[in-house]
Design a protein around this ligand. Structure first.
Ligand SMILES: C[S@@+](CC[C@H](N)C(=O)[O-])C[C@H]1O[C@@H](n2cnc3c(N)ncnc32)[C@H](O)[C@@H]1O
Length: 196
């Protein structure tokens, strides 16, 4: 094993163990913690919509940081936490009926990811197509001034996603958490101040 691979493996194991110790359902929890430490998005929010929430690490962090948050979450898989403030839908986000939702979310998070094929550009295209759908859907969900956090996989469609977000939001930033593997193409976009 190359030393870079070894270091990455060690780091992944470190966060897996840390998550287990803390009782987080995923090591991804640390990515949201880092995003929140830098962009301060959770405390000032009231209503969160979460795409791709299972098993629930991000949901746990969101409630831990802001116990008053009302959360609507959707995933194909089961969410492993139950809480009176969580409204969970076990559904494909593309088939979900958004008409039953009110446009009153001030925070939308997406850590959604398709099953990977291992072929980087195919995976990138599949996630990007989901994200373009999400970016269209948020018009029905998010209020003026709201925030969107998206996980993307870097690649050819990244510019287009960024350009659309720059039209819809005042401030668009990139962020690579320390808990995200350095060799992964994953990066997070934090878009603030939805313009309507
Ligand atoms: C990386 S995981 C999310 C981890 C989560 N943030 C956590 O901390 O526990 C990505 C999720 O996206 C979900 N997903 C993929 N395609 C989906 C779809 N079409 N509709 C809803 N959820 C989907 C997967 O089932 C998976 O649970």
């Amino acid at each position: 094993m190359k030393s870079k691979d070894w270091l990455n493996r060690q780091k992944r194991d470190f966060y897996v163990k840390k998550a287990k110790k803390h009782g987080y359902l995923s090591r991804a929890a640390y990515k949201l913690i880092e995003i929140d430490n830098k962009f301060n998005i959770l405390k000032k929010s009231q209503k969160l919509f979460e795409f791709g929430a299972a098993p629930g690490g991000w949901t746990q962090v969101a409630l831990e940081v802001n116990p008053k948050l009302q959360i609507t979450a959707i995933d194909l898989l089961e969410l492993k936490i139950n809480h009176p403030q969580i409204n969970f839908y076990k559904e494909d986000f593309l088939k979900f009926n958004y008409d039953k939702m009110q446009k009153n979310f001030d925070l939308v998070l997406s850590d959604i990811a398709p099953n990977t094929t291992g072929h980087q550009s195919t995976d990138h295209l599949r996630l990007s197509s989901m994200l373009l759908d999400i970016i269209e859907l948020i018009d029905q969900l998010i209020i003026k001034g709201g925030i969107l956090v998206l996980k993307i996989w870097k690649g050819s469609e990244e510019k287009e996603i960024l350009n659309i977000l720059k039209i819809k939001f005042d401030e668009v930033s990139y962020f690579k958490p320390d808990s995200s593997r350095k060799d992964s193409v994953e990066i997070f976009i934090i878009a603030k101040n939805f313009k309507l």
